[in-house]
Design a protein around this ligand. Structure first.
Ligand SMILES: [Zn+2]
Length: 439
């Protein structure tokens, strides 16, 4: 088993908690009075940082919301007030993809950026990446932070990094073959897209040396059926990873692949809460992930409401790590959870059902709310050569068997649904009667 920071990764939980509290207190001391964003939040809540001596004190600190960070940026453009140091101290700026709202900028000092690399070291070592590996990054480098940080991580573990920007999908596949790439980092959607491109171009996937794919950006890599589909198409192991621009690279999947991801507890404090009440959820209960990053002094987030649904598992993992796990990875967005006839439905649960159909190319789920009642519509694109109506009926039945729901399943014309290259948004919500319900 390969570790990045074995001492902390395998430490008894009590020692991990002590380490977290020490790092938290150092962080609070460092940013206290210097970081305008947090200074205002604490003074509004009547809190003095030096008074935080325990985890129960910690829970008195106010939550941080994305909307507040966005507002802080609008009030003090272009970077906002969540900065601990003067502007000259910062050497990087990145921007969120904006898939769930206004794009937000995040800034890092060399020390904070170094910390990003440290976290990505955990992600790569977790997947067994070593200096013998060649890591292919099949995307163009834009303002999104995620894959820049992968480069830092690759440097930490001594792997060779192959930048794959400026090429189309088939050129990327050829380069992977030519350069002997062993690891690929991309979204689950793009891994499937590359396999689709290979099929269309009669490119032999077994001619590649890729043994591991590390995924981020979407929950797919821990959706059992999606994972199985990627692993089959690539004849490689598929690892999940979770992170966010405003938080850091916080979770990774280990080589044991226990059906979940480890939180890097030496660098983050995670809480799971009921998103409706803000109260802590019982261990093992599904709730919203609230996270505090401990090593990004230049851009700290404290008790940050991620909007991601998780289920925490504190039992030790067979890999030897004591770091908590999120079973099933990120289960979806708390905003996307809907209750249909008493059943809580997560987007990942629907994806898991649909992905078992090799005859379905792409899909889109729409939730329409009419008079407080949610209705589910699933559109599928069927691979040509299949009996579309038959596939449609099978998908409908499979969703019913898995979730006890009867959604409307429709067959979309080939090419009408968006085929995502990067971050997929296959789940959308509409208010009021939809066209489909009026007919
Ligand atoms: Zn593990």
């Amino acid at each position: 088993m390969s570790f990045y920071d074995e001492l902390n990764e395998t430490a008894p939980r009590e020692r991990l908690r002590t380490l977290q509290l020490q790092k938290l207190q150092t962080l609070l001391r460092e940013i206290s009075g210097r970081n305008r964003f947090h200074k205002k939040k604490w003074s509004d809540a009547g809190i003095v940082a030096a008074d935080i001596q325990s985890f129960s004190d910690f829970e008195k600190l106010p939550f941080t919301y994305k909307s507040e960070l966005v507002q802080a940026q609008e009030e003090a453009p272009p970077f906002g007030t969540n900065a601990t140091f003067s502007a000259e101290a910062y050497t990087r700026v990145h921007q969120t993809s904006g898939t769930t709202g206004t794009p937000m900028r995040v800034v890092d000092t060399p020390e904070s950026w170094d910390w990003w690399g440290h976290c990505w070291g955990h992600v790569l070592k977790g997947a067994g990446v070593t200096s013998a590996d060649r890591v292919f990054l099949p995307f163009s480098f834009g303002p999104f932070i995620g894959f820049w940080a992968t480069v830092e991580g690759a440097k930490r573990v001594g792997a060779m990094m192959i930048p794959g920007g400026g090429w189309d999908s088939i050129q990327r596949l050829r380069m992977m073959r030519e350069l002997g790439a062993t690891v690929v980092c991309c979204t689950p959607t793009y891994a499937l897209r590359l396999a689709e491109v290979a099929r269309e171009a009669h490119f032999d996937m077994t001619s590649l040396s890729v043994r591991a794919l590390i995924h981020a950006g979407e929950p797919g890599a821990n959706v059992a059926r999606t994972k199985a589909r990627i692993e089959e198409a690539w004849s490689a192991k598929c690892f999940d990873h979770a992170g966010a621009s405003e938080v850091g690279a916080h979770s990774f999947e280990c080589e044991i692949q226990p059906g979940g991801i480890h939180l890097i507890e030496s660098e983050f404090i995670a809480e799971v809460i009921d998103p409706r009440t803000g109260q802590g959820a019982a261990t093992g209960e599904t709730g919203e992930l609230v996270i505090t990053n401990l090593g990004r002094l230049g851009f700290p987030v404290i008790r940050y409401r991620t909007g991601d649904l998780v289920r925490m598992n504190l039992s030790p993992c067979a890999c030897g790590r004591t770091f908590a796990r999120f079973d099933g990875g990120l289960l979806g967005r708390s905003d996307d959870m809907v209750t249909i006839r008493g059943v809580n439905v997560y987007p990942t649960a629907i994806e898991n059902v649909i992905r078992q159909f090799g005859s379905v190319d792409e899909f889109q789920v729409t939730v329409t709310t009419v008079q407080e009642m949610h209705h589910l519509e699933v559109q599928i694109e069927v691979v040509s050569g299949n009996d579309a109506e038959r596939v449609r009926t099978h998908v409908e039945q499979a969703i019913y068997h898995a979730l006890s729901l009867r959604p409307t399943v429709r067959v979309a014309k080939p090419g009408t649904l968006t085929h995502f290259e990067m971050k997929a948004r296959r789940f959308r919500r509409l208010d009021g009667p939809s066209e489909s319900q009026q007919t």
